[in-house]
Design a protein around this ligand. Structure first.
Ligand SMILES: [Zn+2]
Length: 162
């Protein structure tokens, strides 16, 4: 979660194909800019990936063969997929961050609850009272905070590290 880590993470961007929606969410959990190509023809996926210099993540061998920058994921298992991506970027951090919206890949910014009434309304009183940091997606407006859900994800990610 260091500044250096965030900068390095910004050096790689992904485009996950339709079969890798779950992996896309996990890559967003750990702060990677990960677009998701849902219901899109192959040619369009390739144009998107090339146009935005995104590494194409796919389980489709033929599609992978047509992209100059791709990571072919042969396993259907989320843990194996995540480990494969992590192994391809051994120098980058893969811990939970609050950088990316897992729903839409938008950027998260800290919320000032004394000024942001819209974000505040989305948050239960008990959470606000607890003083945990809140983050809002600049694209879709979804509000995030540290809680039981993020704890579970953090533990899952840690267990995948072994
Ligand atoms: Zn969002």
């Amino acid at each position: 979660m260091s500044v250096a880590g965030a900068t390095e993470r910004a050096s790689v961007r992904f485009l996950a194909d339709e079969m890798l929606g779950r992996l896309a969410r996990y890559l967003r959990f750990v702060g990677f800019d990960t677009a998701y190509a849902r219901g899109m023809p192959d040619d369009e996926i390739l144009r998107w990936s090339a146009g935005e210099s995104r590494v194409l993540l796919t389980r489709d061998r033929r599609l992978a063969g047509r992209s100059p920058s791709t990571l072919l994921l042969t396993s259907g298992d989320i843990i194996e997929q995540f480990r494969r991506v992590r192994a391809a970027y051994p120098d980058l951090p893969f811990g939970l961050t609050f950088d990316r919206c897992t729903l839409c890949n938008g950027t998260l910014v800290p919320v000032d609850i004394s000024r942001d009434s819209v974000a505040t309304e989305a948050v239960p009183e008990a959470v606000r009272a607890s003083g945990v940091g809140l983050f809002r997606c600049t694209a879709c407006g979804h509000v995030y905070w540290e809680g039981s859900h993020t704890r579970a994800i953090r533990e899952r990610l840690a267990s995948w590290s072994t």
